[in-house]
Write a protein of this length. Structure first.
Length: 89
């Protein structure tokens, strides 16, 4: 599963040709959550509240990049790195 972003101790990954809805897998410490790209909602697992707030804000700001990667993954194309919430761009 390719890692597409790492920031503030969070690792964000996306599976090739994963099941709908479009989502990311986020790992933080021993926790893992599946986060819907369209809504930022947890669709599986859990994250600590502060980590979840960071991820939701990041997903909102990077939604277009994440959805582009989702389509690449569905086609089994290489995924792009997505700037983390700790970058200034």
């Amino acid at each position: 599963m390719p890692t597409i972003a790492i920031f503030f101790g969070l690792t964000v990954q996306m599976y090739w040709r994963d099941h709908p809805p479009p989502h990311i897998h986020v790992f933080y410490g021993g926790a893992e959550a599946l986060i819907a790209i369209e809504t930022g909602e947890v669709i599986g697992g859990h994250l600590p509240p502060a980590a979840l707030r960071l991820v939701r804000d990041w997903v909102q700001n990077r939604r277009a990049d994440l959805l582009e990667n989702w389509e690449r993954a569905r086609r089994r194309e290489p995924l792009e790195q997505v700037p983390g919430a700790d970058t200034d761009d």
